[in-house]
Design a protein around this ligand. Structure first.
Ligand code: ADP
Length: 225
């Protein structure tokens, strides 16, 4: 076989392989390159959402939006929004939906190039969930999944009091405020799990064990999306 023939044969094989690869790709369900990975990290106060969010942003190159952190930032700067939020946070109650939703939208809009978002502490009510779905669909995207960390209530109280002692965070230092936050979670926030369950998007994983174990459970769910 001449050099020229050999070369043509080589070219033909490459073309066939490219065609085969393309054929496989159209029949293989996969996340399109432009599709965002939007995860709602869900669970009661003290379930470890913030800790796991830090690991997830490194693993997937996505951003983390915590409404609690945003409110604390505003409070620290004594802004109008911060002063309003403080009235509710100090009692362990939810900040009104319209305030929270507006703040969340601003933060998302400030990150137009994000490959994906971890929502931590949002949505916390059905109204917030509906607002999030509408907002994301206007951007041609959606919630990929909700993942809830399941932690027994006694463990939450121990963890939050421990966090309060080391951080000085006021709403973590008082047991009655902690109990109120957990009860608000049960009455107003837990229904959000059912809301996304009806859309086949809710997942529940154990939130106890080592940080690595929990992280592995999260990535198993995310990698299967
Ligand atoms: P935790 O999950 O430990 O309760 P966060 O930092 O997420 O802590 O929230 C602290 C407080 O901020 C809440 O108790 C509530 O007052 C307020 N907050 C945070 N996110 C929301 C939200 N999505 N809607 C209403 N209030 C919120």
């Amino acid at each position: 076989m001449s050099y020229q023939n050999n070369f043509t044969l080589h070219e033909t094989i490459i073309h066939k392989m490219k065609f085969l690869k393309w054929l496989i790709s159209i029949f293989t369900p996969q996340r399109s390159k432009t599709k965002m990975l939007n995860i709602i990290l869900f669970g009661p106060p003290g379930s470890g959402k913030g800790t796991q969010a830090e690991y997830l942003i490194k693993e997937y190159g996505i951003i983390h939006i915590s409404t609690g952190d945003l409110f604390r930032y505003e409070m620290g700067n004594n802004t109008e929004l911060g002063l309003k939020a403080k009235e509710y946070m100090a009692k362990g109650e939810l900040v009104p939906d319209e305030v929270t939703i507006g703040m969340l939208k601003n933060k998302v809009n400030a990150n137009p190039d994000a490959k994906g978002i971890i929502f931590d502490g949002f949505p916390r009510t059905i109204t917030q969930a509906e607002a999030l779905d509408t907002f994301l669909s206007e951007k041609d995207t959606e919630v990929s999944a909700l993942i809830a960390l399941d932690v027994p209530e006694e463990e939450l109280v121990v963890r939050l009091l421990g966090r309060g002692a080391s951080s000085g965070r006021a709403d973590d230092m008082d047991e009655s405020i902690i109990k109120n936050r957990i009860s608000v979670y049960n009455s107003e926030t837990a229904p959000v799990f059912e809301y996304y369950k009806s859309k086949n998007k809710s997942n529940l994983i154990p939130g106890i064990g080592s940080k690595d174990d929990i992280f592995n459970r999260l990535t198993t769910v995310i990698n299967a999306l």
